[in-house]
Structure formats: C-alpha cells, structure tokens
Design a protein around this ligand. Sequence first.
Ligand code: NAP
Length: 292
Amino acid sequence: MQLIDGKATADKIKQEIAAEVAEIVKNGGKRPHLAAVLVGHDGGSETYVAAKVKACEVCGFKSTLIRYESDVTEAQLLAKIDELNHDEDIDGFIVQLPLPKHIDEQKVIEAIDYRKDVDGFHPLNVGRMSIGLPCFVSATPAGIIELLKRYNVETSGKNCVVIGRSNIVGKPVATLMMQKGLDATVTVCHSRTKNLKEICRQADIIIAALGKPEFLTADMVKDGVVIVDVGTTRVPSTETKSGFRLKGDVKFDEVAPKCSYITPVPGGVGPMTICSLMKNTLLAGKGLLKNC
Ligand code: NAP
C-alpha cells in the first residue's frame, strides 16, 4: 500500500508555481494577483481564506482580502464583484462560500466574470470543462486528478466509482475521470443508489465524497483498489487542543491494507485544494481565457 501524500505534493507544486512566477517577473511580466472576498466571521471560512492568502505569499502572488460584515447586502456584494471584474490588476478572484442566507449564492457565482473565476464555479467554466475546453476547473476535483497523475495511478479503462454527486466535488470529478486522456469508466453513486457495496466492490478506483465519517469499510472494497478520500467531517476528539479532528469517509485502518494507493485525512486531498486554486490563479495571470 502506498500513501498518497497530498501535503508533500501540494508543497512541491507551490514551489513550482513560485519558480514560474519568479521567472515571469524577472522577464518583466506581471505578478499574478488574487483577490478574496470574505463575508462575516464564520470560523471555517476565516481559516480557509487565511490559508489562501498565505499560499499566495508562498507562490509569489499579490493578494487582496476584501472583508464585509454579514449584514452586507446582495446589491453591495454584486457591485464589488462588478468592480473586481473590471479591475485590470486583478487576474482572478473568489467569493468565499457559504454566504449569509439573505444573499443568493448562485447569483453571486454567475456575476463573476468567468475569465476571472478561479474557483471554477461559474456555469461557463463548468460547461467548458464538461466538453473539454480550456477552463478553470474547481479546486478539489482538479487537486484529486493532479494527485492521481503525480502518483502515476493508471486510470485508462479502469472502473472508477464516485460516491457523491455534489456540484463542487462528485459531478466535476466524475466528468474529469471520464474525459479523453483519463479514460476511466465512471459510475456515480448517491444517497438513492441501490447495491452500493456491490458497485464499490467492482471498483478499481473509489473517490469517496459523501461527508459520512468512516462510511467505506473493508468489506466494500476489493484488493488493490485505489482510494481517494475527500471527506472531511469535524468530529469531537479528546486528543486535540481544538477538541475536534477531521475524519474522512473511509475507515482508514481497515481499508488501507487492501489498497494499492490511498489518500489519508488529513493530509490527502485537503492540501491539494488550495494548491489548485493557486494553479488557476497562475493560469489566470497568464491569460488562460482572455480571448475566449
Ligand atoms: P454534499 O454536497 O453534502 O454531497 C454529498 C453527496 O453524498 C450527495 O450527493 C449525497 O447524495 C451523497 N451521499 C450522502 N449520503 C450518502 C450515502 N449514505 N450513500 C451514498 N451517497 C451518499 O457534500 P460535498 O460538498 O460534495 O462534500 C463531500 C465531503 O467532502 C464532505 O465531507 C466535505 O467536507 C468534503 N470536502 C472536502 C474538500 C477538501 O478540500 N478536502 C473539499 C470539498 C468537500 P444525494 O445527492 O442523493 O443527497
């Protein structure tokens, strides 16, 4: 069994990005600039945005954090998005989700110029991804694919089971796995799927993204399977200072011995997510969709 080390891979990719940025700047090019909009003081969002700003520093990007209190109106937020869309210095920006209930998230996502949508949530980016056109792929699915590539995991002709059909993980990762180049035969499972255990037992690759701690057990997988555990659920713990720890969707101790490759939680898919956002920002800086 080989552990897929997302932290080490993400660190390496950030160094690669930093080297490329240094080269761009040395040759007189523009330093990529990412802006992040943060509404309110949700603990998780604060942590994610702080980590994104820190990653920008590591990669040599310029970053701008724009903060609003949770009573910001939808109109104020949309006006800021319009401003960012037209700000030539900003190559890409994100609006950290979730947003307060009185703001329509889909409206906000669709207000972002898709050429600056480095989160890859805009329907135009989603659509372009599904037909294989250049686009910003959302960070978690992009990170999963990058991990599989960097560990030379064979995907062509393999049976890949994705558990979960959310717009941010399950659907896009299933779409990517079936694209030409990756060439997996993909089955997408969800809460209404019948015979999930039998389906999983046929899988060469399982991508578990359902958010149910330790859902996938040893009796559900075959020997030699590749497991990507996307789940990150906070569970109470007496062993950590914070009083909680992150648990994946896979019962790691009993499943890992049957695997050829497996991602741990934490330290697997998680670190790759921010790293993929950095990659998208670099691509935005290089004008990926400028003429599209
Ligand atoms: P989500 O929107 O809640 O979607 C969960 C999906 O799992 C749904 O499609 C649901 O089916 C399916 N599901 C739930 N229970 C199931 C069951 N018993 N059997 C089969 N399918 C079941 O979650 P998400 O946003 O995709 O996130 C999934 C997990 O990944 C969460 O733990 C989240 O924290 C984590 N995550 C991690 C990262 C990272 O960077 N590491 C990024 C994003 C998400 P229905 O559609 O039928 O309801």
